[in-house]
Design a protein. Structure first.
Length: 416
């Protein structure tokens, strides 16, 4: 495989990984380790495996057809396009709000501003301006740098944590009661592990954008290799973050605070506990940078997705109108997300409760996952999709298993 071609292909998979590493790893995986030790490792691994095909289908479809999954949804019928729009609107504001408040917490922790509403406003404005003026190229470059820093830092902290061993002598494999609270967290954990299934459409959009940016059309093998590389990094790091939480917090009686800035401080402290206090500013900066990249990627993904939906609804739209639609969605999504944050958190004159906001957003994502999974599978196994590029028997079996997994847990959650 030509290294030069791989470097020109590199981008969408790394962007995917950085988006996943944000809330699902820094927050949810670390919480899982701190609250349940290693009891949820099996669930995390299972979620990464079972959801894999539906993300890969985004890259596969984009490479083979030169179109996004959203274009594929339209070909299935207007009903599916409108369904996707409805699901996106149902989750978009909550997802952006959850990612935004976590990012604002890391920013507030880094600079000690102490005014979370102001920090959140500045963050949202900066994200919108970066996307409007910097576009994909700036986002792609930013992500690659900060992801590398956090990757190295996490691996170092993970290795040193293993060397020092767990802080508490409590067994790291406790019994789970499977009460309502536990079940709710398990679903929330899997909702963004590694991220929401409906974001597979973003991966197809980023794959197309990367090809337009470089002017290079990679082979399907190159596109899938690049995506699998990013996905593997995300999966491995999820275990690293669980380990940090389990070894350094589980059994100590210490819990993550219900304030985004204080939560950010605790996460950074997990690194400094093993690497050293001198690393606080480095880790704090890297953690904020990766969350900033996640925040910008979420804004970018939703605006691209809905912008593309509008173009498909109104085929007569030209390139300038398409860009205008994307910009409008950017602004509206920021306003809506900020309104949710203000209503749930700021209106009470405090920044507590952000973990409940995150669990709400991730649970919504999990509940809409089965439908997206089914449709993605149908698109890449359809008779009109080139047979030679369709998934093999092993991936088909895994896909069916993944659909059953997502459906069963969704029903289990709703029943309970």
């Amino acid at each position: 495989m030509n290294m030069s071609n791989l470097l020109r292909t590199l981008g969408p998979g790394i962007l995917f990984a950085s988006t996943a590493i944000g809330v699902s790893h820094l927050v949810q995986s670390t919480r899982a380790g701190a609250q349940y030790g290693f009891a949820l490792v099996g669930i995390i691994i299972l979620a990464n495996i079972m959801k894999y095909p539906f993300f890969e289908f985004g890259s596969r479809y984009a490479n083979v057809t030169g179109e996004s999954l959203i274009d594929g949804y339209r070909k299935l019928g207007k009903w599916m396009l409108w369904t996707y729009i409805g699901l996106t609107l149902a989750s978009m504001f909550f997802v952006i709000a959850a990612v935004g408040i976590v990012t604002a917490g890391f920013l507030d922790n880094l600079f000690g501003i102490g005014n979370l509403p102001l920090v959140t406003s500045i963050l949202f404005l900066a994200s919108i301006l970066i996307l409007i003026f910097g576009k994909y190229g700036l986002l792609d470059s930013l992500i690659k740098v900060v992801a590398a820093v956090l990757l190295v830092s996490t691996v170092v902290a993970f290795t040193l944590t293993l060397f020092h061993g767990p802080v508490s002598t409590t067994s790291l494999l406790p019994d789970i009661e499977w009460n309502t609270q536990d079940i709710a967290f398990f679903i929330a954990l899997m909702g963004w592990m590694p991220t929401a299934v409906d974001m597979s459409a973003w991966n197809s959009l980023w794959t197309i954008e990367r090809m337009d940016q470089t002017g290079y059309k990679p082979t399907l093998k190159e596109t899938l290799f690049e995506f699998r590389f990013g996905y593997s990094i995300s999966a491995i790091l999820s275990i690293c973050f669980v380990t940090l939480g389990a070894f350094l917090m589980f059994g100590t009686g210490e819990a993550f605070p219900d304030s985004s800035a204080q939560f950010a401080h605790h996460v950074v402290s997990l690194y400094t506990h093993t690497i050293g206090d001198w690393s606080y500013i480095v880790i704090g900066s890297a953690a904020f940078a990766i969350m900033l990249g996640t925040c910008i990627a979420v804004f970018d993904g939703y605006s691209r997705a809905l912008g593309r939906c509008i173009v498909l609804i109104k085929p007569s739209a030209n390139a300038a109108e398409s860009k205008n639609y994307t910009a409008v969605v950017l602004v509206l999504s920021a306003v809506g997300a900020y309104a949710i944050i203000h209503f749930l958190l700021f209106a009470n004159a405090n920044a507590s409760g952000f973990k409940r906001l995150i669990d709400l957003a991730t649970t919504i994502s999990f509940l809409i996952a089965p439908l997206i999974a089914i449709v993605n599978y149908r698109l890449v196994t359809d008779k009109n999709f080139p047979k030679d590029n369709q998934p093999g028997i092993a991936l088909r079996i895994l896909s069916i298993g993944g659909i059953l997994f997502l459906t069963a847990f969704s029903l289990f959650f709703l029943v309970n």
